[in-house]
Design a protein around this ligand. Sequence first.
Ligand SMILES: [Fe+2]
Ligand SMILES: [Fe+2]
Length: 195
Amino acid sequence: MRPEAIQIIKDEHLAISAVLYSLRYLVREMRKGAGPNFALLRAILDYIVSYPDRWHHPKEDKYLFAAVKRRSHDADALIRRLEREHELGYPMIERLKTDLIAFQRGDAQAREAFFDAAERYAELEWEHLRTEEEVFLPIAERVLTAEDWAEIAAAFRENDNPLFGIKPRDEAEALYQRILALAPAPMGFGGAAGD
Ligand SMILES: [Fe+2]
Ligand SMILES: [Fe+2]
């Protein structure tokens, strides 16, 4: 039977991917001349900070990667790469937040920098999620025991004892709802998304 933790991780990836999709969609529309929706862009960046950065990635580092390292060295190099990608993502979002503020103040250079960095971030993150699902998780499935998976699932499920003294999952859920409320209809949430 497929470990429950794998489904949780894939569901989290799906939520993250959907928000990245909306970010890329908005950048493409703005490049074509659409007016910026700063409240929505801000909500997307806040979501990335509170969900993938404070919740999803640290749980992978602390529970999933740690468990695989205990059982096998097969994925050591891959885990180093994935951990490094988590670390690289944090300052990219900080930079995007700074650029967004300058963009909102009318700085044309910051506007372009924001577009480029947002698209680069989305691509890197998608590639990261894809590598975890297609390369890393099959190795994890091979080396981890049922108890390992149960511990990992418990860690990903828990919401009362978060790592950072807040409830990132609740916060992320509220931000996700805010993104949905602010998003224009063609952004594709809950329906077929055009590219
Ligand atoms: Fe990750
Ligand atoms: Fe992940």
